[in-house]
Ligand binder design. Structure first.
Ligand code: F3S
Length: 385
């Protein structure tokens, strides 16, 4: 590949991986089982990104392993109905077409593990969306660094990634012990805990003790928030995540997180009141989250817009189950392929957004110029009923 035998585009991509490996002291390249590419929204990549992708597609470059995409900047089917700007849509569709021509699956979700891109325990992968990276490493026990959009794309095209960082056993050891005494019940509580710990641990690996129960949706919220307020790509939860039992916490620095710390986090994340819109599904909602919401909205009428961001496959299941009909009757919308952060909501007239996600609360002010209402789902629904 380096000698250009497979073409100039592949040589360029492989060179990028070699450079990355040199910088981080990788001993060799390793094959990857799957790739997840970020940098899909036209809002994030703009014309230069779009033209770069179109150039690769034009040269006939194809991916070597199963590859899926992060959310795009809009619902790829219902963008007109939802009010996305025409010019933006035209460019976003060009981006999608370029990815498709390279053989990448246009699933466009940050929860690929829920809809067909599911790595196995200890499998080496190259994923780039930070919450998906955290979930794959921590909850599944697969192995990936937090790839940038270009390095993930290069891994997909070459089928390889440099062997460093979280691909190695020694880099997966915990660096901070977190003793949780706070009562965690709602998904927002896990988001608040993640936001608090991410700020403390930064790039480290937290080891949680004291979380008695956590389902998949709560774990994805926890990891997403830590990856946003810090750069956490792996965490362990005693008795819950697969590698926790193999890790020693002896001699580690420790912190305690109680109800007081959680309350302070809720306070600090709330920068607004009275949301113009409530957007749930960060990371993308699972079918269980959609079902729960449908139950809560049965026979109700909303006064303000409600979006639930999810993958297209989950939306289709929700449609078949009748959940979508219930949600739409109440005035809510299931929005697929995109999310509150990567879509241009600030251009659509919204100024204050209600969320139950620590990650969304962290990014909305900077990325979308939004004031944020960060609350539990029931409280957000009360605000717009
Ligand atoms: Fe996914 Fe967007 Fe949140 S990509 S994790 S829904 S910010």
């Amino acid at each position: 590949m380096l000698s250009g035998e497979h073409g100039e585009a592949i040589e360029r991509m492989f060179r990028l991986l070699v450079r990355l490996g040199d910088v981080y002291g990788a001993d060799r390249m390793i094959p990857v089982g799957s790739v997840q590419v970020a940098g899909v929204s036209y809002k994030s990549i703009g014309d230069p990104g779009m033209e770069f992708l179109e150039d690769l597609a034009e040269k006939g470059v194809k991916v070597k392993v199963s590859t899926t995409l992060n959310p795009a900047g809009m619902d790829l089917e219902k963008w007109k109905e939802l009010g996305f700007p025409e010019e933006f849509a035209e460019k976003q569709l060009r981006v999608m077409d370029a990815f498709k021509r390279m053989g990448i699956m246009t699933t466009v979700t940050c929860t690929p593990y829920l809809v067909g891109n599911l790595p196995r325990y200890r499998e080496h992968i190259a994923w780039s969306e930070s919450s998906a990276v955290s979930f794959a490493n921590s909850v599944i026990g697969a192995r990936t660094n937090r790839e940038g959009g270009p390095s993930a794309l290069a891994a997909a095209i070459c089928g390889l990634t440099p062997n460093y960082g979280l691909h190695l056993d020694e880099k997966r050891k915990p660096t901070l012990l977190v003793k949780v005494s706070a009562e965690l019940s709602d998904i927002a509580d896990f988001g608040a805990l993640g936001y608090y710990v991410g700020k403390l641990v930064r790039k480290g690996v937290p080891y949680f003790k004291g979380i008695k129960h956590a389902n998949v949706d709560q774990l994805k919220a926890l990891g997403a928030a830590m990856a946003a307020s810090g750069a956490v790509a792996l965490y362990h939860v005693e008795g819950i995540t697969p590698e926790a039992a193999m890790m020693s916490t002896e001699g580690l620095e420790s912190v305690e997180v109680g109800d007081k710390e959680l309350e302070e986090t809720y306070r600090s994340l709330n920068t607004g009141t009275g949301p113009d819109i409530v957007i749930l599904g960060c990371p993308h909602a699972s079918i269980n989250e959609v079902a729960e919401l449908a139950r809560k909205l049965e026979g109700k009428q909303l006064k303000k817009p409600l979006w639930i961001c999810t993958s297209r496959a989950t939306k289709e299941t929700a449609r078949r189950m009748g959940f979508m009909n219930t949600i739409e009757k109440a005035g809510g919308r299931l929005v697929s392929d995109t999310c509150m952060v990567v879509s241009p909501i600030e251009q659509m007239g919204y100024k204050t957004t209600g969320v139950n996600s620590g990650k969304a609360a962290n990014y909305l002010p900077g990325f979308c110029k939004q004031q944020v209402v960060f609350k539990k789902m029931d409280e957000l629904l009360e605000d717009i009923m």
